[in-house]
Ligand binder design. Structure first.
Ligand SMILES: CC(C)(COP(=O)(O)OP(=O)(O)OC[C@H]1O[C@@H](n2cnc3c(N)ncnc32)[C@H](O)[C@@H]1OP(=O)(O)O)[C@@H](O)C(=O)NCCC(=O)NCCSC(=O)C[C@](C)(O)C(=O)O
Ligand SMILES: [Mg+2]
Length: 357
């Protein structure tokens, strides 16, 4: 472990100085595309400004014989596209033990490092993986003459990665956030599911039998398979001042369950999610932007709490310092999103009474 004194020193001579705080840029939706797929690639320039993050995926879902084409495609797209102020460019590189990861990092940082905001690293197992990427990025940034450090995002998709989640978050000042990788994580844990994220009808609780009649009608409720994992991820990120994200929802057609899964993650503390298909973009943006009602309520609590201490009654409910802090989370998020999204700025400016009318 580096000493606190050294933590924010560049790891290579000539590399940019690490940031002491992760920039709080909107990242409600991280939209995945395969840069080797000409149809998807052609859509990317038109998606600038409609998603917070465009992510050129080089790892799983890109066929082995298309890896070089995907890397070259991403370089080409990045060079040809102006991403503007409100859309970031990220990539997901291949796994560190794959034959492609070294060339992914070397090519992308030296060719398009000035355009790349975040490198997503899959299947991160522990701090040692982040340390490796951290030093290599510093060397490559120095070589490319970059002045702004590239940040790192880890995907939690192994049991070891989950167990080491806190040390992963704190392994480098480059750490921007974590996403859940439910498919690989399920396989690694030997869960008995076959889906990419989402629930399972067999994972449920059942009410007790009435009068001992175990065969009688008994209500069941499906439970959230990912609650423990996401909650743990959220705590580890909050502790280290970085951002948690849900991840992929593979049932593209089930937009209803997709929205539910996204909302669970939002309510638990995640700041965003992935979209794998254009149909998931609006769902993610809607879910990860607080509702106008919640923002209006939060503002009322802030106003009622005056100097922020003590307790008041509002609509029959007690509000105090702690509920105020929750409301401030909502208000601050709304204000940040309003800066880059004019539609939200307008929505949040509306008074609750005017909306009801
Ligand atoms: C699901 C698929 C195969 C359906 O693709 P499709 O072509 O069958 O869908 P479609 O509905 O027919 O597509 C309609 C139009 O949208 C386009 N389109 C479709 N998708 C996109 C997109 N993403 N971005 C931009 N455009 C897209 C598509 O090309 C088509 O264009 P057209 O109208 O000109 O014909 C396709 O959407 C796709 O490949 N999406 C990305 C999948 C991906 O990135 N997977 C990896 C992340 S999940 C993961 O890795 C797991 C994890 C974390 O590792 C772990 O849990 O372990
Ligand atoms: Mg995976």
């Amino acid at each position: 472990m580096r000493s606190a004194k050294d933590f924010f020193r560049p790891l290579a001579v000539g590399a940019p100085t690490p940031l002491t705080q992760v920039p709080a840029r909107p990242s409600r939706v991280i939209h995945f595309f395969d840069p080797s797929n000409p149809k998807m690639a052609a859509k990317v320039p038109g998606m600038v400004g409609t998603v917070d993050v465009l992510l050129g995926n080089l790892e799983d879902a890109v066929k082995a014989d298309r890896k070089e084409a995907a890397r070259a495609g991403l370089v080409e797209i990045a060079k040809a596209t102006d991403f503007g102020a409100n859309t970031q460019l990220w990539t997901r590189i291949n796994a560190l033990d794959s034959p492609w990861a070294l060339d992914d990092l070397t090519t992308l940082v030296t060719e398009i490092g000035d355009k790349l905001d975040v490198v997503m690293v899959p299947k991160v197992q522990g701090a040692e993986d982040i340390h490796y990427v951290d030093r290599l990025l510093a060397q490559l940034e120095a070589k490319a003459g970059l002045t702004r450090p590239i940040l790192v995002h880890a995907i939690l998709e192994t049991a070891r990665g989950m167990v080491n989640v806190e040390e992963i978050c704190g392994a480098s000042p480059r750490m921007q956030g974590l996403s859940l990788g439910p498919a690989d994580l399920a396989a690694d844990r030997r869960m008995k599911t076959t889906r990419v994220g989402g629930g399972h009808p067999g994972y449920l609780v059942r009410t007790d039998p009435v009068d001992g009649d175990v065969q009688g009608e008994r209500a069941t409720a499906q439970q959230d398979l990912w609650h423990y994992t996401i909650a743990r991820m959220v705590d580890a990120c909050a502790m280290h001042g970085i951002y948690p994200y849900y991840g992929p929802f593979g049932d593209i057609q089930d937009v209803v369950a997709c929205e539910d899964q996204f909302r669970n993650a939002f309510l638990l503390g995640c700041v965003g999610t992935w979209s794998l298909h254009p149909v998931q973009i609006e769902i993610a943006k809607r879910v990860f932007s607080p509702s106008a009602e919640d923002v209006a309520h939060a503002r009322r609590v802030v106003a009622a709490m005056g100097d922020g201490t003590g307790a008041v009654m509002l609509d029959g409910k007690m509000e105090d310092d702690a509920s105020l802090k929750q409301c401030l989370v909502i208000v601050e998020l709304a204000e940040r999103l309003s800066q880059t999204d004019p539609a939200l700025a307008e929505l949040y400016a509306v008074e609750p009474a005017a909306q009801e009318g």
